[in-house]
Structures are given as C-alpha cells and as structure tokens.
Design a protein around this ligand. Structure first.
Ligand SMILES: NC(=O)c1ccc[n+]([C@@H]2O[C@H](COP(=O)([O-])OP(=O)(O)OC[C@H]3O[C@@H](n4cnc5c(N)ncnc54)[C@H](OP(=O)(O)O)[C@@H]3O)[C@@H](O)[C@H]2O)c1
Length: 252
C-alpha cells in the first residue's frame, strides 16, 4: 500500500485542498468529515484523476464515541497512517465576550480542541504501533495573538498551539513528528461559517487585498511533510503578503 494520509474536515477549504495535494503525491487517503455526499464526490474525483485509494469515514468530530467507532472499524491496513492533518475546525460569531453566544462557544471548543484531541488520541496510538508518523495541526494567527471580538476562537487556537508543543514532547520517543501550520486570512468557507451564512459580510473580509487560497496552505503542508526524515518544522505561520498580523492589512 502507498503512504497514507488521514485528513479531518476534508469536505471543504484547506482539508479538501490537502486531499488534492496528497493524492497528487501518491498517498492513499482517509477523508473524514460530516458530509458524506461531498466526501464521496471528492473521493470519486481523486480516484479518477490520480487513481487514489480512498476510505471515507463520516462522523462529527465533536462526538467522541463516533470518532472512536468510525476510525477503529477501518481495516488494519488503513491504520498504517503516515500523516494526520488535524484540520477540522471553525470560528462562529465575532462579538465582544459579554455578548457571546454559549452555543457558538461550545461548538468552537468542542470542535477545535476536543475534536482534535479525539482524532489525535486514536491516530497517534496507531502511529506509536507503527513507529513513525507526522501530525500536522491547523493552528492560526489567532493562536499566536488575540484580536478584538476573537476571544473564544483565539482561545481555541491558543490551545492548539499549546497542544502542538505538548504532543511533540510526548510523541518524540516514538519517532512521530508534530508541526503546526498557522495561517492568516485564507479565503474558504471559513468566514461564511463565522458570519452564519451572511455571505456579503464574509466577502468583505477579503476585499481590497489578495488573500491566501486553500491550495497555498495545502502546498505548505506538503512542504512540511516532505522534508527529509531528520528534519522537523515545529511551527510555521503563513500570511497573505498584504497582512502583517491578525488585524493589520493593506487594502486597496
Ligand atoms: N480560512 C482561514 O482564514 C483560516 C485561518 C487560520 C486557520 N484556519 C483553520 O483551518 C481549518 C480549516 O478551515 P477552512 O478555512 O478550510 O474552513 P472551511 O472551508 O469552513 O472547512 C472547515 C472544515 O472543517 C469541517 N468541520 C467543521 N466542524 C466539523 C465537525 N464538527 N466535525 C467534522 N468536521 C467538521 C468542515 O466540515 P463540514 O463540511 O461538515 O462543515 C469542513 O470540512 C480550521 O481549523 C480553521 O480554524 C482557517
């Protein structure tokens, strides 16, 4: 069997772009997410284009029993995962903390922190058994600094930053590399989700400058993963050239 990459949140944006890049590079893929139809369509397209072997596993990453069940039922051959891309995540709402919404907070914390941990526990155990592996965590510029109204999303990505460092220590003796890739503004479905379907408001986020696209991040993740065996990139922050930090942009 080829090398195997497991990508969480492969139905859209950065996860979907990673699926394309890893398929192009000859990996077999485990694509996970909630939307079975989208994932099956993507699997079919990648299979036609690259002859990629693909397993689709459908679950909500917030549901620890579902994560565990759906991953553990995969055939043993699929558990030789070389690369885990911990990508599934979201921001929901952009309000001052006193006006925040409990359900939005729960969703971000349960997905971005707890969901990432559920997938990591299972797949890192497989990697320990295999004596190798590379975990790539999708952090964010929001995990490096905080910005107005970003409160809980920033907190979840700061948690990813901490977990990235902690995992690297814990998994070092097992030959498992751990890397965080922390993007600035990437034009995906991200802002539509943050603004709950207000597409006009979402579009404005990217107006007047050239944002990153999902493929920029996927190619960066591929760069990280394709370094020689003795090299690990611990932490990589990547921004549009027109963005300096979480809030400073040059817009035309
Ligand atoms: N876009 C940016 O500017 C940016 C910047 C920094 C970091 N990031 C991070 O990059 C990652 C990917 O975001 P994106 O920009 O590609 O956004 P996106 O296009 O909205 O994709 C998010 C993906 O996460 C999945 N997901 C969300 N909640 C899930 C759940 N409960 N269970 C399973 N899958 C779930 C979505 O699946 P469904 O189709 O089922 O919703 C989708 O596949 C996130 O961790 C995000 O925080 C993005």
């Amino acid at each position: 069997m080829n090398k195997i990459a497991l990508i969480t949140g492969a139905s859209s944006g950065i996860g979907e772009a990673c699926a394309h890049v890893f398929a192009r590079e000859g990996y077999s893929l485990i694509l996970t997410g909630r939307q079975s139809e989208k994932l099956e369509k993507l699997a079919e397209a990648l299979n036609i284009q690259y002859n990629t072997e693909i397993a689709v596993s459908v679950f909500d990453i917030r549901d620890k029993a579902a994560v565990s069940h759906n991953l553990e039922v995969l055939p043993e051959a699929w558990k030789k995962v070389d690369v885990l891309v911990n990508n599934a995540g979201l921001s929901k709402g952009l309000e001052p903390v006193n006006l925040g919404n409990f359900d939005d907070w729960d969703q971000m914390i349960d997905t971005n922190i707890k969901g990432l941990l559920y997938a990591t526990k299972i797949v890192s155990n497989w990697m320990v058994a295999n004596g190798r592996g590379h975990i790539v965590n999708l952090g964010s510029i929001a995990g490096k600094e905080v910005y107005p109204n970003g409160n809980v999303y920033c907190a979840t990505k700061h948690a990813v930053d901490a977990l990235n460092k902690a995992m690297r220590i814990d998994l070092l003796p097992h030959g498992i590399k751990v890397t965080a890739v922390n993007p600035g503004a990437v034009e995906t479905n991200f802002s539509n989700i943050r603004f709950k379907g207000d597409t006009e408001r979402a579009k404005k986020v990217y107006e007047g400058f050239e944002p990153l696209v999902a493929a920029d991040i996927a190619e960066t993740i591929w760069f990280v993963v394709s370094r020689p065996a003795h090299v690990n990139i611990n932490d990589l922050t990547i921004m549009p050239a027109a963005q300096a930090n979480g809030v400073t942009f040059v817009r035309k």
